[in-house]
Structure formats: C-alpha cells, structure tokens
Design a protein around this ligand. Structure first.
Ligand SMILES: NC(=O)N[C@@H](CC(=O)O)C(=O)O
Ligand SMILES: [Zn+2]
Ligand SMILES: [Zn+2]
Length: 351
C-alpha cells in the first residue's frame, strides 16, 4: 500500500541562513511556512558576534515575518578569536542565544572573522560546557593543501575528536554532515547523548557527479561540497534510521543568481522553498517515510532540550512545481534547488 498523506508534528529547521534586509524579506516566508522554529546562522556581514547583535537581528526577523505566521527564530553567536565568555554566557542565560557557531576562519561563506585556531577559544568552550550551551560546528579544515573532498573527514580526526576528549561535557552539533566518516563518528559517540548532526535535503539527493552533469552547475555548489555516491547513501541511512543524533537542518543558503553564476561563484543551495517536499522524496526513495517525523520533528528538539511542536502538518502525494526563481529585488533573484522541476509531494500546511 502506498501512503498518500503524511501527518507529522510541525518540524523545525536546525540550520538555516536567513540573511538580512531584502534577502531576509524574500526568503523568510518560505522557512516560516513549513517550520515552527529554526536555528539561525550568524554569518552576516558583519557577523552577529555579541548578544546585542543577535537580539537586534532577532527583532529584524520577527519584523519581516508575514502577518499571522507563528515562527520562532533561535539565535546563535558567531565565535571569533576575541569572543568574550561572559557576554556569551549571559546571552545564553538570558535566552538570546540558543547555541554558538564555530566557523574555522575562511572555511565557508562569510567566515573570514571565524576562529583561527580552536585553542584560542578554550576558555569560551569551557564556559559553554559548564552552562550546557551547544557548540555548532562547520566541520572542515581550512588547509588548502587538503583535498576539498577530504576536508570534513580530516577535520573529524584532527580537530573534532581531540576537542571532544578535551571537553568531556561539551555538547556539539556537527553541522551539514556529508560523509560516511561523519556518520560513523557521530554513531560512535551517540551513547554520550552530547553529539548531534544535521543533514541537508540536498546532500540526501545529490552526489558530486550531479555538480558536473552535462556542464558545471553552480547552483549545486555548497560547502561542504557533495561527496561520492557511497557517502550520500550513508547520509540517507543515517537520516532515515530514526537514531537520536541525526536531525533536520536544511542549510538553506540563498545567494543571488549574479553571485552564484560567476567566475568565482558563492557556496550555498537554496532549498527553503520546498524543503519538506525534498526530504519526503529522499525518505520515500529509502522506503522510510515513517521515520521522517523522528528526523524532522523529534530528534532536534530532544537534543536542544525543547519540547517538540504540538501542531501537526500535512504532506500530500500530489505534484508541486518548484518556483523558477524567487525575486529579491528589482533585477536580482535566488534560484531554488530543483528550480522549475516537479516534486512528488506537496506541503499542505497545518493539519
Ligand atoms: N553551506 C554553504 O555552502 N554556504 C553557507 C555557509 C555554510 O553553512 O557553510 C552560506 O552562508 O552561504
Ligand atoms: Zn557551514
Ligand atoms: Zn550553513
């Protein structure tokens, strides 16, 4: 029997880039339509490093919400070499920050102000461990001599494993995992309950060959870059397992078409327009639609110590056409992942 209607608790997105200004206005309605809460990334220009920056950014997000939409932005601190443990802890205790984000300097989009060496923030990490504040990590080494397809696996061995040993009670989310190595590492530490991993829809749906299918496809370029098929299969296995550490984080990362279709195009895929429909396809292809709710709506809140959303949403088996483009301003637009293509599932709103 095939399932034609799926009702799940309203999901949350544990990794999202909402940007600011006109871009925020253009993309926020998509995330807020499907998700109850989202962990909002702080890699703005300039980055949101202090509690005051994050509180002001949270106000701009709330002001940009369409009328009548209930959506809770959960803010993060952008860690730098100069992060003040006091300000960070106060921001967490006052409920401004839900977590802090570690960008190794120059690892990804808008990470130039990131941490140059993890040892520099030892006191900050000790404080975070004491107060139970999660550390969210873009897990790639920045050494350009390491092959781009190996940067996540090398980071796990060289940085993440020693970090967990050094800070035995620090809670960590390895963001947007792309490798079988990451899946194995997270599973090996699952019993501690202190490690989580987000998985994007696009990494469940594409492998590295898709980036070069018939020519170079800049809209499939994101960081960490998609890996070979065996890694994609490991990610599908993890996401659809129902296992507690794996949860939904779209890493929807909008850039204008002009910035993507360039000699040196930006990294990031925009999946917010149809995030749940995309995940539903991946889960259905794995024969695991019954596990979508654990991944999308239960495992994330459990890790963050929050209750799952009470409200239910409906997915229906009927075609959805992904928008061709999302207009941002006159003359600039964002091209969604699977732009113009037809998906098998439709998001039908609250049950
Ligand atoms: N994922 C990406 O490719 N890009 C993200 C940054 C990030 O999450 O690494 C962005 O901000 O554009
Ligand atoms: Zn990242
Ligand atoms: Zn991201």
């Amino acid at each position: 029997m095939t399932l034609d209607r799926l009702v799940i608790r309203r999901p949350d997105d544990w990794h999202v880039h909402l940007r600011d200004g006109a871009m925020l206005k253009a993309v926020l309605p998509f995330t807020a339509r499907q998700f109850g809460r989202a962990i909002v990334m702080p890699n703005l220009k300039p980055p949101a490093t202090h509690a005051a920056d994050a509180a002001a950014y949270r106000d701009r997000i709330r002001a940009a919400l369409p009328d009548g939409v209930a959506f809770t932005p959960l803010m993060t601190a952008y860690l730098t070499d100069g992060t003040d443990a006091e300000d960070l802890a106060r921001g967490f205790e006052e409920g401004v920050f839900a977590a802090a984000k570690l960008y190794p300097a120059n690892a990804t989009t808008n990470s130039a102000h990131g941490v140059t060496s993890i040892d520099r923030i030892t006191p900050v990490l000790e404080r975070m461990a004491d107060i139970g504040m999660p550390l969210l990590i873009h897990g790639e080494v920045t050494d350009q001599s390491v092959d781009i397809f190996d940067r996540e696996a090398v980071f796990i061995d060289s940085t993440l494993a020693p970090l967990l040993d050094r800070h035995p009670s620090l809670r960590v989310v390895l963001e947007h995992v792309t490798t079988a190595d990451a899946v194995a590492f997270v599973r090996a530490h699952a019993a501690s309950g202190r490690i989580g991993a987000t998985i994007t829809a696009h990494h469940l749906l594409i492998n590295r060959s898709h980036i070069f299918q018939g020519g170079i496809r800049p809209h499939l370029y994101c960081l960490p870059i998609a890996k070979r098929e065996s890694h994609r299969l490991a990610l599908v296995g993890a996401a659809t397992s129902g296992e507690a550490p794996f949860f939904l984080g779209t890493d929807t990362a909008p850039h204008t078409v002009t910035a993507k279709e360039a000699a040196c195009g930006c990294a990031g895929c925009f999946t917010a327009a149809n995030a749940l429909e995309l995940y539903a396809e991946a889960f259905e292809d794995a024969g695991a639609l019954d596990r979508l709710e654990a991944f999308a709506s239960l495992n994330g809140p459990r890790f963050y110590g929050l209750p799952p959303n009470e409200e239910r949403v409906v997915l229906e088996r009927r075609p959805t056409v992904v928008p061709d483009v999302i207009l941002v301003s006159e003359g600039d637009a964002v091209l969604p992942f699977r732009s113009g293509e037809t998906l098998r599932w439709s998001f039908a709103g609250a049950a």
